[in-house]
Design a protein around this ligand. Sequence first.
Ligand code: GAR
Length: 312
Amino acid sequence: MRDDLKNLADIFYLRIVSPGNPINILWVRKTFREMDMVDENIEKFADLNAPLSREVWYYTFLRAFEDGKLDVYLNRIKEITGLPENPKIDEILESLHLRYLNGKFSQKIFRVVVLVSGRGTNLQALIDAVENGMLNVKLVAVISNKKRAYALERARSHGIPAIYIPAKKGEKRENYDKRLAKKIDEYTPDLIVLAGFLRILSPWFVKKYRNRIINIHPALLPSFAGLYGENVHKAVLEYGCKVSGCTVHFVDENIDHGPIIVQKCVEVRDTDTPETLAARVLEKEHEALVEAVKLISEGKIVIKDRRVLTKR
Ligand code: GAR
């Protein structure tokens, strides 16, 4: 079980084991039932009137967390225990994407800005995933460096602010990036997604949003880095690869280089043209991008050197 969740459970455990506290396994069962979570193990423990050991307590936190109801559970616990004072609590809540405001725990909605330059099918995959409840994030803005990017239309028609920021003639990269960052910061995002954004970002920008920018690339990195769109698929076919795919990765100072979050493969068929291969890869891109944003927004990953590991 992940440490932040354990630490949070520990903070409250000290309160519930104090004499006269009404929180016991029967209280937990009742609370879970009220939260529409009938858990087999909790039912069993309650039938046995088992003591609320630290392990059982951890388990209840894990179950509530997995069902996205940790905030509700904490509010119930807090009604009885009050909020324990602990200098680490804010940090722990932050890492679990929770917050405590006006006497209530709630889930912090994860804010995403998407940068685009083109048709925006990857953006659309994110919009769809949010609308069908797969992804619990808010797409707070879509920004394009191209006026006619169809992605802007897609954003507008779903009520997402759609912003066009053109580069000025001869403008230095960092200067554009500063204007871009100024706009981005108005939306206070937790994550910036490059979904077919056709500009290279300056080291200044990458540093400012370190580990908070991800990019989707239509090949299996580190192969075919530095290429864009159709050129990637052409190069894959010319090289004679038998598999290709897509990569979602964190952005660092080198092009198509940062730690890899999700990769998906497709086979290369003898009959493939760059167009047919691109279409098959694109389907995987949509899945991979949603998966990556979900993992990050749920606080489920850690970056260790070049490796992106899933928290357990
Ligand atoms: C996608 O295939 C994406 O992987 C690629 O641009 C396309 C955008 O499509 N990005 C790169 O090649 C970056 N190196 P979309 O506008 O339909 O999402």
